[in-house]
Design a protein around this ligand. Structure first.
Ligand code: ATP
Length: 231
């Protein structure tokens, strides 16, 4: 089953009297356990597209199935629940909660959306801590770990609900080259271990070189070879 299926997707923003066609007539399919990158110049529509896939902003037109569900018909509340159950997010500035420990940051999505008993939550968080190489760091606060370690925690948090899909907007932008390479490698390993699809919006050639499919956006449209340019 494809993890994302978009058909003739459109997004138009209305700003005053002006309509901005941020995404126009975009169709693509992403299979499970994929490593996919959306690339394109600033303003080409990458974030708009990721926000639609992440159920943060509905399309204006077209169909969009995520993990087999038509997400265009969800209410805001239903979208939030669906997001919490199926989609993880990784951001360029990590977005960890400073007053929570590493362990608690990873546990947080489970408390928000899943009704798991404490023992099961603890086991799941420990599994993820180990998977991202942070098994002995769970008691620390975000201010006590490095940028690369923060992104490891963010990857663990994105995966803790057994998400089918992780959306990552420029996840390596704030990391040095070596650390960025380690994070990309980690995400690939997580894809292999958990079968999660990773979808990136990025300018980082390191991610683009690692992606198995590259979709190129320009002025809100997929370039012809962008409809699944397998590398
Ligand atoms: N909330 C909004 N209201 C009006 N226009 C918007 C809004 N968000 C984005 N746009 C416009 O939609 C188009 C696509 O923007 P988007 O942020 O998706 O591009 P991007 O490729 O992610 O850019 P960047 O690489 O700079 O993050 C741009 O013309 C942008 O100005």
């Amino acid at each position: 089953m494809p993890v994302v299926e978009a058909k003739q997707l459109e997004k138009t923003y209305i700003a005053g009297d002006i309509a901005v066609k941020a995404i126009q007539n975009v169709s693509f399919t992403i299979e499970s356990a994929s490593f996919v990158s959306f690339v394109g110049p600033s303003g080409s529509g990458k974030s708009t597209l990721l926000n639609m896939i992440g159920c943060l902003d509905p399309p204006t037109k077209g169909s969009l199935q995520v993990v087999g569900k038509d997400i265009t018909i969800l209410t805001r509340k239903q979208a939030a629940i669906f997001r919490g159950e199926h989609i993880g997010f990784v951001f360029q500035d990590f977005n960890l909660i400073p007053v929570l420990t590493v362990f608690e940051n990873i546990e947080y999505p489970l408390l928000m959306v899943q009704n798991w008993p404490k023992k099961r939550r603890t086991e799941q968080v420990n599994t993820l801590l180990k998977a991202v190489g942070m098994a002995d760091q769970g008691h620390k606060f975000p201010s006590q770990i490095s940028g690369g370690q923060k992104q490891r925690v963010a990857v663990a948090r994105a995966l803790v609900t057994n998400a089918s899909l992780v959306l990552a907007d420029e996840p390596t932008a704030n990391l040095d080259r070596t650390t960025a390479n380690h994070i990309i490698e980690l995400m690939k390993n997580m894809r292999d271990e958990f079968g999660t699809s990773f979808i990136f919006s990025t300018h980082d050639p390191k991610i683009v070189n690692n992606a198995e499919t590259i979709f190129t956006l320009e002025d809100g449209q997929l370039l012809k070879n962008g409809g699944g340019n397998h590398v």
